[in-house]
Design a protein around this ligand. Structure first.
Ligand SMILES: Nc1ncnc2c1ncn2[C@@H]1O[C@H](COP(=O)(O)OP(=O)(O)OP(=O)(O)O)[C@@H](O)[C@H]1O
Ligand SMILES: [Zn+2]
Length: 467
């Protein structure tokens, strides 16, 4: 029970029925209990590319000889990162299920103890046990609790625990057949030593589900239940914009409970509606549930950013999404900038235009100004100020304007920065107005699919040109 309780405590959400029945407890001694999960990749909906990548590891664990004969390097550590409830634990247990491995499921914070040395000892015990029970998957959730960046001067308990983890990772025998999977919501917090080759060198991002994945997840969680014909999974997937896998499995479970309570033979769409209401009511941040109108606005906003970056040919986008994440209702992921240090004035102007394009797009379509551009404007202000005060790119000439000079010139600085931003805004409005069809096409695609990749964007625009 300890594992299950931990699990429940940790995620504070019900464990789906199928996952409970699939866990078979083997041993249950305190520090390093493990299970033999029966979960397979079929239980994990969507995430096809990730499953494909993990299949390599599964194959290696099934037939290590094949790889060793070729002198291929053995994968050791995989790191899942991304928002909570998106299936990280589920995926790790599926790898164990697929390979018939022992599954050690621990949480980083369990290792952080008051007494020096205790955490390190626990890590050692865990790995000893995993070696004994190999093939094994060690899953460390919230790995940032032990793996956060170390401080040079200190040598506290946490650092000792992390050091022990590094020792264990390096000490793996080539044929020990253990894979360790770490999960975190914050990759940026981790100590670089953990991420080095030979340690957690595969990083897999797991993002919140879009419409298609939500549909798949709902199918997985309803296909073992007596569902009435009145239930439309597609509609349900549409209504649950902003929900993660954990929420969705929760809805299916709650709907089943409502049906039982009413002595119903089947789960009806009313049961699902009630379940949906209950799950929404329990959400901490209601912002994740967007009303249709807001979703439309966010789609135009993000489409504006994406299209402008494409037309200006700078800061190429990797992915645009209108799935809420934290405080943001949508976001644009840009391709890494190849460690650029130098930008020309034109490029900075381009950056400002791309940032302003969300707001401009909203103004064109809805004729309004909304609060959705707050972060964009913050960055715009910063860039424009830097252009004036640090890079000598305004009429105030080539000088650094700071300290007393800045106070003295504050009005002029503001005017120069304002001029830059206003010109950029006007030109962005014009650019988008001249390409209004593309704007509609891209935003419609975003509204329907909720995500858009670089390739999809190029395809959409190409098609638009042909028509
Ligand atoms: N892709 C998916 N397919 C099917 N079910 C899913 C999927 N993603 C999440 N779920 C459901 O949500 C539950 C919670 O997911 P899981 O615990 O794996 O998320 P997590 O990313 O590890 O979250 P946390 O960071 O909170 O630990 C799973 O038990 C499963 O029922
Ligand atoms: Zn924006």
């Amino acid at each position: 029970m300890k594992m299950l309780n931990n699990f429940l405590k940790k995620i504070n959400k019900p464990v789906p029925v199928f996952a409970q029945t699939k866990l078979e407890k083997e041993t249950l001694n305190d520090d390093s209990s493990y299970t033999k999960p029966k979960t397979t990749f079929q239980d994990v909906a969507g995430l096809e590319e990730i499953k494909e990548e993990l299949f390599e590891i599964v194959d290696f664990m099934r037939s290590p000889d094949k790889y060793q004969k070729m002198g291929a390097k053995v994968p050791k550590g995989v790191l899942f990162y991304g928002p909570p409830g998106t299936g990280k634990t589920l995926l790790a247990s599926a790898v164990a299920g697929e390979t018939n491995a022992s599954f050690f499921n621990v949480t980083g914070s369990e290792f952080v103890e008051k007494y020096v040395g205790v955490g390190a000892k626990r890590v050692r015990t865990l790995f000893e046990k995993a070696r004994k029970e190999a093939p094994s998957i060690i899953f460390i959730d919230e790995i940032d609790a032990i793996g956060a960046k170390r401080h040079l001067e200190s040598n506290n308990e946490k650092d000792q625990t992390l050091n022990q983890l590094l020792v264990e990772l390096d000490g793996f025998n080539k044929d020990s057949n253990i894979i360790i999977v770490g999960a975190t919501n914050r990759l940026d917090l981790l100590d670089e030593a953990l991420l080095r080759p030979g340690r957690f060198d595969r990083h897999i991002h797991i993002s919140a589900p879009n419409y298609h994945t939500r549909y798949e997840i709902l199918k997985v969680h309803t296909n073992n239940k007596p569902i009435d014909k009145s239930v439309n999974i597609e509609t349900l997937a549409k209504k649950t914009h902003g929900f993660n896998g954990a929420h969705l499995s929760n809805i299916a479970n709650e709907a089943a409970i409502f049906a039982v309570r009413e002595n119903s033979e089947v789960i009806t769409s009313e049961h699902f509606d009630k379940a949906l209401e209950r799950v929404i009511a329990g959400l901490e941040s209601k912002t994740s549930v967007l009303i249709e109108k807001e979703k439309r606005i966010v789609a135009y906003h993000e489409a504006g950013h994406a299209l402008t970056s494409n037309m200006l040919g700078i800061c190429p986008i990797q992915k645009v999404s209108i799935i809420p994440r934290g405080q943001a209702l949508g976001y644009v992921l840009q391709l890494p900038d190849e460690d650029r240090y130098i930008y020309t004035k034109e490029e900075l102007i381009g950056k400002i235009k791309i940032l302003l394009a969300g707001k401009a797009s909203e103004e064109i379509i809805f004729n309004h100004k909304s609060t959705g551009a707050k972060d964009d404007l913050k960055k715009v202000t910063e860039l424009a100020n830097q252009m004036v005060c640090e890079y000598g790119m305004s009429n105030l000439g080539f000088m650094t304007i700071d300290g007393n000079v800045k106070t003295f010139l504050s009005e002029q600085v503001q005017k120069e920065a304002n001029d830059i931003v206003q010109t950029c805004y006007d030109e962005t409005l014009e650019l988008l107005r001249n390409n209004i069809n593309d704007l509609h096409v891209v935003s419609n695609h975003l509204f329907e699919n909720e995500t858009l990749t670089h390739e999809e964007l190029k395809d959409l625009i190409r098609k638009e040109c042909v028509n």
